[in-house]
Each structure stands twice: as C-alpha cells, then as structure tokens.
Write a protein that binds this ligand. Structure first.
Ligand code: IDP
Ligand code: MG
Length: 143
C-alpha cells in the first residue's frame, strides 16, 4: 500500500462545537499524520468553486451556506492508503447510514452538517490539496 496524501476539512459546525481535537485524535490513532493545516473561513466564491461538482444538486444552497457560516480547519493527512483510510474513519455521508465508531456516526448532526470532508480519490485529493495549499506549505514526508 502506498503512502498517500488527502485533504481533510473539519467543517464549521464541528469547529464551532470545539471538537477539533477529538476529530484529529481519531486520525492520529488510525496512523494518519498531519502534513499541513490551516484555519480559514471560506467565502461564497471559494465554497462554490470547491463544491462546483455539486452545483446542480438540490442540497447545494444549503451546503454552501453551511460551509461559509464559520471557520474551518483544512488539513493534509498523510499515511498508508490515506485517501480510503480517511473516508473509512469519516463514515458515510449520511450519519444515520454511517458505521458506529466513525466520526459522522458519532459526531455529525445530519447529512449536510456532517462534520468532516475527505477527498474521495487520488485525482480529487491532488486538486483539493492544491486548492488550499502551496507545495511549500506541505511538510516533507513523515519518516
Ligand atoms: P462526501 O462528503 O461524503 O464525499 P458528497 O456526496 O461529496 O459527500 O457531498 C458533499 C457534501 O454535500 C456532503 O459532505 C454533505 O455535507 C453534503 N451533502 C451530500 N449529499 C447530501 C444530501 O443528500 N443532502 C444534504 N446534504 C448533502
Ligand atoms: Mg465528496
């Protein structure tokens, strides 16, 4: 299995609820490491660009409203099979369908306010990391 990097976002609701630490603990205990991290607040234009692929979906306006309502933590997570591993730790999009013990089952409010984002494939991971980080922001590979 290859060492990969993936983009993780702790969404505004979770930042507001002050549960960043609990979420990061779950990544750490699964062997993922942080290669870059930054707090920021998305404006409408940035959120629209990031979620462009969902523009025609019925939930899109609610998604953009949620993602712009407060600060987020964007992180690059690194580790063996990091993209799939992060998705497994997150759980299904709808917290009611997520497996117990996943972040979304344990901590998410509903399908929109679902606590975390994670890239879903190598191509999207590369694009999403570049959306938030310069190459010089990424720490050298963890040894
Ligand atoms: P993912 O975050 O699990 O990859 P996506 O299908 O990529 O899920 O959707 C992006 C985000 O849009 C979700 O995390 C969630 O916040 C929101 N979303 C997706 N599907 C729905 C839905 O059916 N109702 C409400 N919000 C949704
Ligand atoms: Mg997605």
């Amino acid at each position: 299995m290859a060492v990969e990097r993936t983009l993780s976002i702790i969404k505004p609701g979770a930042v507001r609820r002050n549960i960043i630490g609990q979420i990061i603990s779950r990544f750490e205990s699964s062997g993922l490491r942080i290669a870059a991290a930054r707090m920021l607040r998305l404006d409408e234009e940035q959120a629209a660009r990031f979620y462009e692929v969902h523009r025609e979906r019925p939930f899109y306006p609610e998604l953009i409203a949620y993602m712009t309502e407060g600060p987020i933590l964007v992180m690059v997570l690194e580790g063996e099979d990091a993209i799939a591993k992060n998705r497994a730790i997150m759980g299904s999009t709808d917290p009611k369908k997520a497996t117990p013990g996943t972040i979304r089952f344990d901590l998410a409010k509903n399908t929109t306010r679902n606590t975390v984002h994670g890239s879903d494939a190598p191509e999207t991971a590369a694009t999403e990391i570049a959306f938030f980080f310069e190459t010089s922001d990424l720490c050298p590979r963890h040894g």
